[in-house]
Design a protein around this ligand. Structure first.
Ligand SMILES: [Mg+2]
Length: 304
């Protein structure tokens, strides 16, 4: 089955100018002009990140690459190539494996990413898919979590909460947005929200040796967060969902108040950017009410 699959894959994967040697040899050769690369890796597992029997395998493939592209976006790196490795239960058909790769290839095509190689093994355990993505920094270098300064504004892309209703599969990583903003504005730091807005914001603030205040009334709450809260009010308010659900794959950006104002007013791309608070010198995470009172906010979200 493996050789049949590899033959299918070699025929199916398009060539890419930055990957002169790709699938089929012992290793891939990448041709990166800048001489530096940004590398990230993420593994998705059946029963943890998805349920194989309940979803279209293409969505699993799509997501496995998209979560890695989101990490490249957080560093403002241009995606170049991906290495995809799959551990499949022995009872999974070749057809399902192909569908997973179709999902990977769909996402790869959307962002000009080469599928440069990988590995496929079968075993008697649940499906796991591991993707390593390789990107190139731009001339301005990479963005990091440690760059926020006290007095910086907290900006976020998109909306938060309720991704479990479908967006955790079908989100679009903010690659273009990150590259656009990084090329035009002086950004101090960034990260992507994979585990929950409050949890990831707290990580960014700590890495920057700052604290952060979130304005409760400014957090962009998704329609899905309202829907979830309506279905089960005991599980929290729409804001609770927005602060802690995770898998939003939006960006948190730190920048000066002047730059933040220009970015919020910039209508060059479709994704809204919202000011949700500020970084402060004192450590800790705070939620500020519409009347200006600050209360400690316990970071919550998905802990690995
Ligand atoms: Mg990340």
């Amino acid at each position: 089955m493996e050789s049949e699959f590899v033959n299918w894959l070699r025929a199916r994967v398009p060539s890419h100018p930055l990957v002169p040697i790709g699938i089929g040899d012992d290793a891939a050769l990448l041709s990166l002009a800048s001489g530096k690369c940004v590398v990230t890796s993420d593994m998705l597992m059946d029963g943890v990140d998805f349920v194989l029997n309940d979803c279209d395998p293409r969505r699993i493939g799509r997501k496995s690459l998209a979560v890695n592209l989101s990490d490249l976006a957080a560093m403002a790196a241009k995606p170049v190539a991906a290495i995809v490795s799959l551990a499949v239960p022995t009872d999974v058909s070749l057809e399902v494996m192909k569908m997973i790769y179709e999902g990977v290839l769909e996402m790869a095509d959307e962002f000009g990413v080469a599928l440069a190689g990988g590995d496929t093994n079968s075993w008697k355990h649940p499906l796991a898919i591991s993707v390593t993505a390789i990107g190139e920094p731009t001339k301005r270098g990479v963005l990091m979590r440690g760059g926020a300064r006290a007095g910086d504004v907290i900006l976020v892309t998109g909306q938060f909460g309720g991704s479990i209703l479908g967006r955790h599969f079908d989100f679009r990583p903010r690659v273009e947005e990150a590259l656009y903003l990084h090329s035009r504005y002086e950004l101090h730091g960034a990260m992507d929200v994979s585990d929950g807005l409050s949890l990831d914001l707290n990580r960014l603030a700590r890495e920057s040796a700052c604290g952060a205040i979130l304005d409760a009334s400014q957090v962009p709450i998704s329609a899905d967060a309202y829907r979830l809260s309506e279905q089960n009010p005991a599980k929290g308010s729409p804001l609770d969902h927005a602060l802690g659900d995770g898998e939003d794959f939006e960006l948190i950006i730190a920048t000066s108040p002047e730059t933040a104002e220009q970015i919020v007013a910039d209508r060059s791309f479709g994704v809204p950017v919202t000011r949700v608070g500020e970084f402060i010198a004192d450590p800790g995470l705070w939620l500020r009410s519409a009347t200006g009172e600050c209360h400690p906010l316990t970071p919550h979200g998905y802990e690995h």
